[in-house]
Design a protein around this ligand. Sequence first.
Ligand SMILES: [Zn+2]
Ligand SMILES: [Zn+2]
Ligand SMILES: [Zn+2]
Length: 446
Amino acid sequence: MIHRLNQPDYDRWAGQIRRTGGCRQPIHLRGKVEHYDQATGHLLHRYSTSTEPNGVLRVACKTRRASRCPACAEVYRADTYQLVRAGLVGGKGVPETVSAHPCLFVTLTAPSFGAVHVRREKNGKVLPCHARRDAETCPHGQVMSCTDRHSPDDPRLGEPLCPDCYDYDGSVLFNAISPELWRRFTLALRRRFARLNGLTVKASREHVSIAFAKVAEYQRRGVVHFHAVIRLDGPDGPDSPPPPRATADALAEAVQHAAAVVTAEIKPLSRTFRWGTQLDVRPITMDGDLTEQAVAAYIAKYATKAAECVGTLDRRIQPLDDLAALPVREHARRLIAACMRLGGNPGLADLRLTHWAHMLGFRGHFSTKSRCYSTTLGALRAAREEHMRAEQIITGRLPLFDEDTVLVVAHWQYAGQGLSAGDQLLAAAITGTPLADPLRSEATHE
Ligand SMILES: [Zn+2]
Ligand SMILES: [Zn+2]
Ligand SMILES: [Zn+2]
């Protein structure tokens, strides 16, 4: 810390850190950007990191995972919120009339892979977990009953009553196949909706289109489920109204049907997966029980969470990792072990289970949306970068050029990531962000 504070370029370093917005693990870039006049070949401006502190520019890591970098995850969360919200009420290039389009909030769950400890409430009272008067005893001698009223932070929640009976393979295989199951669900939904209107899918597209935005969320048992906004538009997307007969009720009926019928098979193991029976379909309204604000906030919240919130690791499992020594609970260890074991099956190579063992088999995207849903994260980022560029021009860091006449040549090289322990303390003070606990990310200069 003292070393950094005594550097003559401390202010410039602090400026870089401020611009990363409190990123906990900034990426170090070495390089230069040159602006040429296209007509004359004249060099108009040159920026090089050689004059920056330590010869590098520090930029935000832009991770979506709160366990890695809370500051960048917050930016991601806020962007996701804006994106989902724009698809519900308009804004960011989406017309406000979109709020009149029929729209549902749908939760698709995973099937059961064995009885797990649960917390259920009824009228504000916590119910016993699995109260069975004549409960069976499983082949491992475990009575399949639990009369505990679990507290919300009970670590047993989501864990099996009998781990030896639990279908760990099924759980990780479901995670692995769930993106395909989702894709098939969207196709089946379009087909069913068209049929309800007495049309083919192709003919239906001329009148109505269906837009999606979804996030994956890990349940405590370590299996993903999906929350989705599903909206009806006219043929040209959010700019056009759907025809009057395309109602929320018709959409809900198509959702129920599609969720019940789609399957995805893992052929080498002759296993077929489908959605769980718990399906939640609710209309989103401007003033009802489920408002657009609540939905956008809910979806954004899950966008920054990953599998580590169910007690697994937030990093890849390495070939030399000793599974027995990983600092995780037994349930997560068994899920990871199932991934590692199945990952060794050449017939399942496509699922890349070893690679995604720390995610318990899920390798899909956390938040995805169909092309016509609303704006994109990229567009939101570009708008923010443009704003920062404008600011830099005003403050004299970049000269003002007419974009069309200038050739920009950039050379960038990755030169490490992270902050030293002293830099972390200073960065936290400068940006008002909490410190990583413990100070674990070391700077990795080249
Ligand atoms: Zn970051
Ligand atoms: Zn229990
Ligand atoms: Zn058992």
